[in-house]
Design a protein around this ligand. Structure first.
Ligand code: GRF
Length: 214
């Protein structure tokens, strides 16, 4: 049966759209049950509405605690009936209660080859450090930021003289390949988080590596 998926966004939503496409063309045996945003002005919401997806805004109220907001977010996910939560450019640190409630059913896409370059501005930091390679990682979410077990990584070689815009665009193309793949595995019952590691088909995920096609 198609897995109901809640996708959490704060911005453009290109990964959300990549996941939605993959549900339609059969790469993911699932359906987007809800697109939830902490920002009413997230550009991805218009695109989601245009596709007829159910959209919910759970914006933090002035003075609201992280815990209270996390509880309302969890309520929205539960109301959608989702069996998987996919963070796709959700730019707010999640409350621990939320993470624990959906442990093992909560994935994120991060624009770096974790465990290197946790946090923000990864493309700029990678260029400043003169790294030869870069990419993106789908991982299960744990309470520590960007520290959960990696499932799959997309990898590319940084080009000499490359700027941040070019690197970011190349990484995003890889994100749109690896995120649907990981969600497809989860929906097929092939991916799980057990004993603090990601497992694919009963074997440690590794993580799986996808090289950029050149
Ligand atoms: C992506 O680069 C993702 O890695 C990061 O936020 C960005 C979201 O982009 N977590 P989009 O909103 O999916 O286009």
């Amino acid at each position: 049966m198609a897995l109901p998926i809640a996708v959490l966004i704060s911005g453009r939503g290109s990964n959300m759209l990549a996941l939605e496409r993959a549900t339609r063309d059969g790469r993911i045996d699932g359906r987007i049950a809800a697109v939830i945003s902490d920002r009413a002005d997230a550009a991805g919401l218009e695109a989601a509405r245009g596709l007829g997806l159910a959209v919910t805004v759970v914006a933090p109220a002035p003075g609201e605690s992280r815990e209270a907001h996390g509880q309302r977010l969890a309520d929205a996910v539960v109301a959608s009936g989702a069996g998987l939560v996919a963070l796709a450019g959700y730019m707010r640190i999640l409350d621990g209660g939320f993470v624990r409630a959906f442990e093992g059913r909560l994935l994120n896409i991060h624009p770096a080859l974790l465990p290197a370059y946790r946090g923000l501005h990864t493309h700029r930091r990678v260029l400043e450090a003169g790294e030869p390679s870069h990419g993106c990682t789908v991982h299960f979410v744990v309470e520590e930021l960007d520290a959960g077990p990696a499932v799959i990584q997309g990898r590319l070689a940084v080009r000499p003289g490359e700027d941040e815009a070019s690197l970011s665009a190349r990484v995003q193309r890889l994100e749109h390949t690896i995120y649907p793949r990981a969600v497809g595995w989860f929906a097929a019952g092939r991916l799980e988080c057990r004993d603090g590691s990601a497992w694919i088909d009963g074997r440690p995920a590794g993580p799986a590596i996808v090289e950029e096609e050149t």
